[in-house]
Design a binder for this molecule. Structure first.
Ligand SMILES: Nc1nc2c(ncn2[C@@H]2O[C@H](COP(=O)(O)OP(=O)(O)O)[C@@H](O)[C@H]2O)c(=O)[nH]1
Ligand SMILES: [Mg+2]
Ligand SMILES: [Zn+2]
Length: 327
């Protein structure tokens, strides 16, 4: 940082130091909104390294940064403030490098559909567990309620009871006809919120309903992304009326996973963690150990079978070493 700073000061006397928020990232340049409300395109120079992770992009949407700008409009990011959290994913399947999707999130809304397309409970639970590890609070949005059969609606209500009971707030909405959207809108006030979920669940439709002026592309673009023609992810933050931001990352389905120890996986399933305090062994994996309070709770229907299956599913990945590969 110091080197860049001196270089710029020496060569461009009319420079200005400012603080701002990174609101768009394309990989090669960043759009920074300054404290005065100006939007400035910035490049980075120098070496930004994060402790412990190898990343393809050192700076992400949501980062609070310091920039230096001259009168000709050239600007550089010179410093990043410490992050309260961030989410990453692997840059590509084969790569050991990771890509930071966003930083400093207040919450994440996981958009879920029971059908068209189906979101499995395994997917939901893995997402929730990763978010716990990232220390990002999650709320669930069940979308497309205008399109379900009675049976599907019944199943949806069961899921809502389950996740509400565990401690995840749930919304029941139709992004298409607007039902339930006001409650979501209210909950976004004053916060930085990331929207996640499978392609086709209605994220862009929902964001458009909340921010009609942004006119984010729906449907067609998602399928284009699915074919993998462009795997690069450009994240963007959209300001919401009043105060707060929505982050749309076209490529995000779930979070990358942390390098966690086997006995740690259970810490990220809230109710499993609660019961595990009564297990006989404190490194219990809740699979075969005698005196396991978690398995007892599953038998007594105090922990749902679907949650326990998702837990076992994550643990299996762990055994196959997939967690390590996540970096
Ligand atoms: N019936 C119904 N369709 C919806 C709803 N929300 C979105 N869709 C449709 O689902 C498709 C995918 O939506 P999109 O917003 O692009 O999903 P994304 O990939 O998550 O951004 C589009 O054809 C939308 O019109 C909804 O609440 N009800
Ligand atoms: Mg979309
Ligand atoms: Zn146990």
């Amino acid at each position: 940082m110091a080197k860049v700073f001196c270089y710029i000061l020496n060569h461009f006397p009319n420079t200005q130091l400012m603080k701002g928020l990174v609101i768009r990232s394309t990989g090669s340049w960043y759009l920074v909104k300054t404290e005065e409300g100006k939007e400035i395109e910035c490049k980075i120079k120098g070496n930004f390294r994060l402790k412990g992770i190898r990343s393809t992009n050192p700076i992400a949407v949501g980062d609070h940064v310091q920039i230096i700008a001259n009168n000709e409009g050239t600007a550089f990011i010179t410093e990043i403030e410490d992050r309260k959290n961030y989410i990453i994913r692997r840059a590509s399947n084969l790569s050991k490098q990771s890509h930071i999707l966003a930083a400093n999130l207040d919450q994440c809304m996981l958009v879920v559909t029971i059908n068209y397309p189906e979101t499995s409970t395994i997917f939901i639970d893995r997402f929730l567990a990763s978010a716990e590890a990232y220390r990002v609070p999650v709320k669930l949005i069940f979308n497309k309620i205008d399109s379900y059969s009675e049976e599907e609606l019944h199943y949806l209500d069961n899921l809502i009871s389950l996740y509400t009971y565990i401690g995840y707030p749930c919304f029941k909405i139709s992004a298409l006809n607007g039902e339930g959207i006001d409650a979501v809108k209210k909950d976004l006030q004053g916060k930085v919120t990331l929207f996640a979920g499978h392609s086709g669940v209605g994220k862009s439709t929902l964001i458009n309903a909340i921010l009609p002026e942004q006119n984010i592309k729906t449907g067609a673009i998602s399928t284009y992304h699915n074919k993998g023609m462009h795997t690069t992810t450009f994240s963007e933050m959209f300001p919401i009326d009043g105060d707060g931001y929505i982050i749309d990352t076209p490529g995000i389905k779930g979070f990358g996973t942390f390098d966690m120890e086997e006995e740690e996986v259970g810490h990220y399933f809230k109710e499993i963690f609660q019961f595990s305090k009564d297990c006989k062994y404190n490194n219990c994996t809740h699979t075969h150990e005698p005196g396991c309070a978690v398995r007892k709770a599953v038998e007594e229907h105090l922990i749902s079978e679907s949650r326990y299956s998702s837990y076992l599913n994550m643990l299996e990945d762990k055994e196959e070493g997939k967690y390590r590969a996540a970096y």
